[in-house]
Design a protein around this ligand. Structure first.
Ligand SMILES: C[S@@+](CC[C@H](N)C(=O)[O-])C[C@H]1O[C@@H](n2cnc3c(N)ncnc32)[C@H](O)[C@@H]1O
Length: 320
């Protein structure tokens, strides 16, 4: 079996917390290289047979700590790295200095990672009506209402298996009635736009700040003829966009949702829905407060593991 190693560079004080994060995200083993441990070594106190060893000859970090988590080969790295990054940065809230906080993936013993994980990615019924089907799998519908989302996420976030995406797919199924115009902010693999089209949404524009994601979304939209008219482009949030749509969806980190909230209010018609996900438990209050302050009405809060999603709407004239 191959392993995927994900290395976090942090401070000595954050070693335990980062090790916990890596284990909590599925690491089966953690290796710690801490400059503080090295500083405690004294000549002659170690060596396999009690021999005197010069600490200077031992490879070590000059400062801070590197913590490497070893994950099973089924791990889909493009979804895991941003999540670990976010959790490491959040340590500052608990008065722990995350330091550099860089998170880098490296495949160990397996250079073919990009295809190996595919062995573990199978058709998945997300809701009673939405099923994700990897492009390379054959799948027979289990019921006439079942809608398929054909995907090859490539290197973009959005396999459909992550709780943040699943919450959004559930929210779309609750809200979409048919004929809605929609903007998908941070489209990743394009999974939410394809799902919305399958549920009956009409005119959709999808944006991502990352060119790799835009490329992946274009490819996936082409795999799903129902979504072939979705417009996709590079854009940060809704910068420079002034329109009136029925629905805006965004599965992005809470800190990025915050500046998006007033832009969503401006671009929604009265009664239009704003669906947000990607909100880790500790940030739910921040997003709720921001939505209320901007004038949104929160209709429903969805939760899966430590992740929250929210369904909000812009008040109609009667509700104002
Ligand atoms: C958590 S992924 C969500 C992908 C997909 N929509 C899903 O639900 O699975 C967040 C996406 O937002 C993109 N993103 C991050 N910051 C952004 C910004 N300021 N503007 C637009 N997209 C952004 C990332 O590149 C990434 O593709």
């Amino acid at each position: 079996m191959g392993w995927t190693a994900i290395k976090v560079i942090t401070t000595n004080e954050a070693v335990e917390a980062v090790s916990y994060i890596l284990t909590d995200e599925g690491a089966v083993g953690v290796q710690i290289d801490d400059a503080a441990d090295f500083a405690k070594l004294k000549p002659g106190r170690f060596g396999k047979h009690g021999e005197i060893v010069d600490p200077k000859t031992i490879p070590h970090r000059a400062s801070g700590a590197a913590i490497t988590g070893y994950f099973p080969e089924k791990t889909f790295v493009p979804e895991l790295v941003p999540i670990i990054k976010q959790r490491v940065q959040q340590l500052a809230q608990f008065d722990l200095d995350p330091g550099e906080g860089s998170v880098v993936a490296d495949q160990v013993n397996d250079e073919k990672w990009a295809t190996v994980w595919q062995k573990y990615y199978h058709p998945l019924r997300i809701t009673s009506r939405l099923t994700i089907v990897p492009e390379w799998e054959k799948y027979q519908r289990q019921s006439p209402d079942e809608k398929l989302i054909i995907l090859d996420p490539g290197m973009a976030f959005g396999t459909g298996t992550h709780p943040t995406t699943r919450l959004m797919l559930e929210a779309l199924e609750i809200v979409v009635r048919g004929g809605e115009s929609m903007i998908d902010v941070g489209t990743g693999s394009g999974v939410l736009s394809i799902a919305a089209k399958q549920l009956g949404a009409d005119d959709i524009a999808a944006y991502d700040i990352d060119e790799v994601a835009v490329h992946s979304a274009k490819r996936n939209l082409a795999l799903n003829p129902v979504a072939s008219d979705v417009k996709v482009g590079v854009n940060s949030l809704l910068d420079g966009i002034h329109t009136q749509v029925d629905l805006i969806v965004a599965n992005i980190l809470a800190e990025i949702i915050v500046p998006l909230v007033p832009q969503a209010m401006e671009n929604l018609r009265p009664g239009g829905h704003f669906l947000v996900s990607g909100i880790i438990k500790d940030k739910a209050e921040l997003v709720r407060n921001k939505l209320h302050a901007a004038g949104f009405i929160i209709d429903q809060q969805l939760r899966m593991k430590d992740w929250y999603g929210m369904i909000a709407h812009k008040p109609t004239e009667d509700e104002q």
